[in-house]
Design a protein around this ligand. Structure first.
Ligand SMILES: Nc1ncnc2c1ncn2[C@@H]1O[C@H](COP(=O)(O)OP(=O)(O)O)[C@@H](O)[C@H]1O
Ligand SMILES: [Mg+2]
Length: 669
């Protein structure tokens, strides 16, 4: 395989990096393939387990969120119920006061009624007495009348007797003398008797008259008394009537009060029932709340232990996936472009997703169909192949684990490699869903999530550019950065610094986005000055993430390097002159150094020299490329026919990187 511009890529033997050859079974390697097959199936089992654990974890997290929401709702209900209870208690107190008032009124009314009754009783007794007196008077009058009648009849008798006496006298005068004498004698004695009877009767009459007088006085007195009693009775009858009316009124009032009392009692009863059911509900809610609290505590414990096992599993998964991974991404075809023939195939036996470039028979220059040539196919396999239909969000799902690793204390590098116009910047930096904005969001979300488990994180950022093997600060005060920046390594701490480059504490995604905008503006300004310099420089977004957990007495430090590489298109020496030639050399040098470093790391020999110093890019990333780190490379390709050769070159370079397996990554202490 001859490389047109003779870059160091040509140093790498074909057998090591030609994918189509690598993937073809070789009869001399049967035993190796067998054991590889066994580890493959073990890997598959582990992969299943990992997927299972991850799903379990997601489920548990979901459950916790639902439980927390339910608990919050119950707390809210409980508070509402308590409010209602307090309101009911207030109402109850009011009702009780009202009841007490009603009771007092009732007692007073009863007392008044009793007094009225007593009065009426007295008046009725006196009325009876009066009636009796009246009857006695009537009897007395009757007796008097009878006495007067008797006197009248006696008077009549007397006058009748007197008449008889007169007639007898006349008879006597008509009789002879002796007779007359005898009669006179008789008359005298008769007179005498008469006189006596007269006297007797007269004294009797006098006595009677006297008793009449006495009786008259008595009657007068009795009449007097009677009229007095009558008056009194009249008055008491009037009083009784008004009292009776009052009594009726009071009785009606009493009835009303009694009814309202009954109503009140009903209301109180129903309120009491309501209160009871509310109390029951509150008790139930309290019970539930306690249960939820207990559950939440249990869950917290579970989360902690799950978090630990998740970290372990995550590490294991990353180990299994290898520490260098390559994702191939094809951008959509543009309207003005003719398509190259690209075929996609699912994962092969080596767990690689496949992409195949097929040579076209059509001559794009003349449009004529030449004599038929046999089709040539170039097969490649990568950890992921994203066709043009896949969005940045879908792509990000595949790298979020790596970003998580940086939080867990690993050094991570994510590169975008490809010719200019193949979608590197679209993939890495597109606003909102590019890998860099998404990674930043994830980091800040995780940082706040891990805070609950006692982790405190500090994030610092440096945004710089390597152009012509010179480092420029993209967020310094001015872009015209004449300062010379040097790379320094602290070999004991395994840390890298660049002199004079702005390092900013990042406290929110907003701060980061502002700085990203500034960096891209600086890049853009520079590119207009020097004719699209942006495609011929590497942009590096370096995030240093340090964490400390007081509870666990653990600290972590990870560095996440996100790199938008310079365009990988090759320029032949004849095509370029002057500055452009120098630029081209610098790009070729740094990109091939990157390939060489990864390749040397993959040789897996401790004695192997790793040529980090061959370029500023590899030297700067020295501690993020290698044993203690994880690397992902996007190889961005164009689907256009006109880019066929560049696409083929990019896929070859990526294959070289992908066939490298660097030993298991270790976390920074
Ligand atoms: N996946 C994609 N979906 C839609 N448009 C894309 C995609 N990738 C690249 N593009 C478009 O293609 C053009 C070149 O992409 P760009 O990211 O600038 O390439 P590079 O950074 O590699 O030079 C841009 O107009 C970009 O919007
Ligand atoms: Mg770009």
């Amino acid at each position: 395989m001859a490389d047109r511009d003779g870059r160091s890529l040509s140093k790498i033997s074909d057998s090591a990096f030609n994918t189509s050859q690598n993937h073809r079974p070789n009869s001399g390697k049967i035993t190796k393939t067998m054991s590889a097959h066994q580890s493959t199936s073990r890997f598959q089992i582990l992969k299943h387990q990992v997927v299972g654990k991850t799903t379990e974890l997601t489920e548990l997290k979901k459950k916790i969120t639902t439980l927390r929401t339910r608990k919050y709702k119950h707390d809210l209900q409980r508070e509402q119920a308590q409010d209602a209870l307090e309101r009911l208690n207030d109402q109850m107190t009011l009702r009780e006061e009202e009841m007490a008032n009603v009771e007092e009124n009732k007692l007073m009314g009863l007392k008044e009624l009793e007094a009225d009754f007593e009065d009426k009783k007295l008046s009725l007794v006196s009325k009876q007495n009066a009636d009796l007196q009246k009857k006695a008077d009537e009897y007395f009058k009757l007796a008097q009348d009878t006495e007067l009648q008797k006197q009248e009849s006696r008077k009549a008798e007397l006058s009748h007797l007197m008449g008889e006496v007169e007639s007898l006298k006349n008879q006597i005068s008509n009789l002879p003398l002796d007779f007359q004498q005898a009669i006179n004698d008789i008359v005298v004695s008769g007179d005498k008797n008469l006189e006596l009877v007269k006297k007797e009767k007269q004294s009797e009459i006098m006595g009677l008259n006297h008793s009449i007088e006495v009786t008259k006085d008595l009657i007068l007195e009795a009449n007097h008394k009677l009229s007095k009693v009558k008056d009194e009775v009249e008055i008491s009858i009037g009083r009784t009537n008004t009292m009776e009316l009052e009594y009726e009124e009071l009785l009606a009032q009493w009835k009303l009060t009694e009814n309202s009392c009954i109503d009140l009692q009903h209301e109180i009863d129903s309120q009491m029932d309501e209160l009871k059911s509310l109390e029951d509900k509150i008790a139930e809610v309290m019970n539930n709340a306690e249960m939820y609290d207990a559950n939440a505590l249990q869950m917290d414990d579970q989360i902690l232990s799950l978090e630990n096992s998740r970290r372990n599993l995550h590490g294991l998964l990353q180990d299994l996936k290898g520490n260098i991974r390559v994702f191939c991404r094809v951008r959509p075809l543009k309207a003005e472009e003719n398509p190259a023939r690209i075929e996609f195939a699912p994962m092969n036996d080596a767990f690689k997703e496949q992409i195949t470039l097929v040579t076209e028979q059509r001559d794009s220059m003349t449009g004529r169909t030449p004599a038929p040539k046999p089709l040539k196919k170039y097969d490649f396999g990568f950890d992921k192949v994203f066709d043009e239909s896949l969005s940045n969000s879908k792509v990000y799902e595949e790298i979020s684990e790596l970003v998580q690793s940086a939080l867990n204390g690993f050094n991570v590098c994510i590169f975008a490699y490809g010719q200019t116009g193949s979608g590197k910047t679209f993939t890495m930096s597109k606003k909102e869903d590019g890998m860099i904005p998404r990674a930043i969001r994830q980091i800040f979300e995780e940082v706040s999530h891990l805070k609950q488990q006692g982790w405190e994180f500090e994030i610092q950022g440096q945004f710089l550019e390597i152009y012509n093997e010179t480092i420029n600060d993209l967020i310094g005060n001015t872009y015209s950065d004449s300062q010379k920046h040097e790379i320094k390594h602290d070999e004991t701490l395994m840390r890298t610094s660049v002199t004079g480059v702005t390092k900013v504490f990042l406290d929110s995604p907003e701060t980061v986005n502002e700085l990203l905008a500034k960096a891209s503006k600086n890049r853009f300004t520079a590119s207009t000055k020097a004719n699209d310099k942006s495609s011929r420089s590497h942009s590096l977004y370096i995030f240093e993430i340090t964490g400390h957990n007081v509870n666990l007495n653990e600290s972590t430090r990870g560095v996440l390097n996100l790199v938008d590489l310079a365009g990988s298109e090759r320029f032949t020496h004849s095509q370029t002159t002057g500055d452009r030639f120098k630029e081209t050399q610098a790009i070729n040098k740094s990109l091939s150094s990157l390939g060489d470093v990864i390749c040397a790391l993959g040789a897996n020999s401790s004695k192997q020299h790793i040529p980090y110093r061959n370029s500023k890019l590899t030297y700067l990333l020295q501690y993020s490329l290698g044993g203690n780190s994880k690397t992902l490379m996007f190889v961005n390709i164009s689907p256009a026919h006109v880019h066929f050769n560049e696409t083929l070159n990019s896929l070859r370079f990526a294959t070289k990187v992908n066939n490298t397996h660097i030993g298991n990554a270790k976390r920074n202490a």
